[in-house]
Design a protein around this ligand. Structure first.
Ligand code: SF4
Length: 345
């Protein structure tokens, strides 16, 4: 069903990698929706499938990987004479990953910023040329117009001396300036969705705070949605309206940010939250690390994949039966601890 502000609807997405050692089920049946102007936080330890899920939305999965099942519906909205908007639904999974349509979406309607800007910028072209190239491709501008817009966009992301920075090469900028440039490049075409994959992990805390603030300001003024991928729960608490917690390719809990931080229901969400310092709850308790390690991706445990590490594991149930989806108010949890009516078992 389409809701008025719906932007992305992911249904039963599975992205698998076939390698010599076996099949890695990097994303294994993920479903969620994201509305316009909202921020969805995606959290979990390394290797839980967050980045592959985002790459699937952009159709940028590496050659060994393939979307084997599911849909990614993108709701493209077009204003008619500045009034009523018409909505066209595009299933991104059905597109040729090298085709015209996905290139129109990628970088134009959906943009991405990564942890390391050096991986997205070419070292041999100036920042200005690289931002201009996106504008020439997606906005049908000529070179002069595109360079002017590049300077404007750099100015909008708070870049000092943008008219000089356009002539710089990426290696001539500091980490924070490179990250601002990448955000400028991502925003230059006014995307409706920005996917930010650990965008501040490589930055010092002061620069990180500035970049997060900048993203919030830009979101408020441009109305874009953000999918914010991170292993840092402190950052996601700052940024997100809603959070999905992923473990071994699956969503284990989905809730609004306040409910998740106040009262996490899935044992994995609880463990993640116990492992970070909280300034709002001075409990005097020691921080805990999560028991055990993320299992080998070639041999995911049967039943609930978290059961070997779970302190609430119910033997004979959790190690045998895959947990069902339980809806508790507006929250969704996949865990045997809850009954279908949402009460504790
Ligand atoms: Fe723990 Fe069982 Fe819930 Fe999995 S289903 S998180 S093992 S209680």
């Amino acid at each position: 069903m389409t809701t008025p502000g719906q932007l992305i609807e992911v249904q039963g997405l599975k992205t698998f990698f076939k390698v010599r050692e076996g099949t890695v089920r990097a994303v294994n049946g993920v479903s969620f929706t994201l509305e316009r102007g909202r921020t969805l936080g995606v959290v979990g330890e390394s290797g839980c499938g967050k980045s592959v899920m985002a790459q699937s939305v952009m159709r940028l999965v590496e050659p060994a990987g393939k979307i084997v099942e599911g849909k990614i519906n993108f709701y493209r909205s077009a204003a008619q004479n500045g009034h009523e908007a018409t909505v066209e639904v595009v299933d991104i999974t059905s597109l040729d990953y090298r085709g015209v349509e996905i290139r129109r979406i990628r970088g134009g309607e959906i943009a991405m910023v990564f942890q390391d800007p050096m991986t997205s910028f070419s070292p041999v072209h100036t920042i200005g040329d690289q931002i201009a190239e996106a504008l020439i491709l997606h906005q049908d501008m000529d070179k002069k117009e595109a360079l002017e817009r590049a300077i404007e966009t750099l100015h909008r992301v708070g870049m000092p001396k943008p008219d000089r920075v356009v002539n710089n090469f990426p290696h001539q900028l500091s980490g924070g300036m490179r990250q601002r440039s990448m955000i400028a490049m991502a925003l230059s075409c006014n995307p409706s969705l920005l996917i930010a994959d650990e965008p501040t992990t490589a930055l010092d805390v002061t620069t990180e705070a500035q970049i997060l603030e900048l993203m919030k300001e830009l979101q408020a003024s441009l109305g874009m949605a953000i999918m914010f991928i991170t292993h840092n729960l402190g950052v996601v608490a700052e940024m997100a309206n809603e959070i999905i917690v992923m473990y071994l390719g699956k969503i284990v809990e989905r809730a609004d940010v306040v409910s998740l931080f106040d009262d996490p229901r899935h044992p994995y969400s609880r463990a993640l939250l116990r492992s970070i310092p909280r300034v709002d709850k001075d409990t005097g308790e020691r921080l805990e690390s999560i028991e055990g390690i993320v299992p080998d991706p070639y041999s995911i445990p049967q039943g609930c994949p978290f059961h070997p590490r779970c302190p609430s594991n119910i033997p004979g149930v959790c190690d045998v039966i895959e947990p069902p989806l339980v809806t508790i108010g507006a929250r969704q949890v996949y865990c045997h601890l809850y009954q279908q009516d949402g009460t504790a078992r």
